[in-house]
Design a protein around this ligand. Sequence first.
Ligand code: B16
Ligand code: MG
Length: 214
Amino acid sequence: MDKIKGLIFDLDGVIVTTEHNHFIAWQRTANALGIDFQEEHNELLKGVSRADSLKKILDLGSKSISSEEFEALLKSKNDFYVDSIQELNQSDLLPGVLDLLLKAKSKGVQLGIGSSSKNAKFILTLLKIDHLFDVVIDGNGVTDPKPHPEVFLNGANALGLKPSECIVFEDAASGITAAKAGGFHAFAVGNPHIAEMAEKYFNDLTEFSLEAYA
Ligand code: B16
Ligand code: MG
């Protein structure tokens, strides 16, 4: 393995526990359409863009709606979700995150975010960790969402690093697929369902030792 010079983090589910907020907001949307939506269905939506998530929910219920209704549902889901995360703060960071970011900074390892979320910058500001990242690539700057590798390739490019010099931390199948397709080291965190797909698996980031890689 090349010496690791960059760490690229997915946001929802790796840095912070916002996946549950997404789930509650999508469940409300699905139920309004008369579609049953449970945690196991939500697994298919992790790391998936907002529009692709709604398409998957409609497929689940074999429903089709007008483009006006589609746009209105995207907006109401996001309004509900954003309302639900207003109180986010540093105590919501997942275990080991802050220590790892600070250790990487002190060793000169570059830091990036590779998220599908259009709310990523807002969330990083609420968490007061935005200043720690050298680059933030989010759902606003990407043409092809995960499982396409574009989000991570743009991140590595901006850091001036080769994918093989970066570890991507992900909690979603779509994100592990994207990282592997881009030639990154794809490490899974906090989601045992995807452990088998990844190069390494950690229950949380306290189990990851930067010294072993950088
Ligand atoms: P938004 P990540 C993803 O973020 C979430 O995992 C996924 O549940 C969400 O639908 C997607 O962002 C879009 O988020 O609606 O805020 O733009 O895990 O890639 O950081
Ligand atoms: Mg995620």
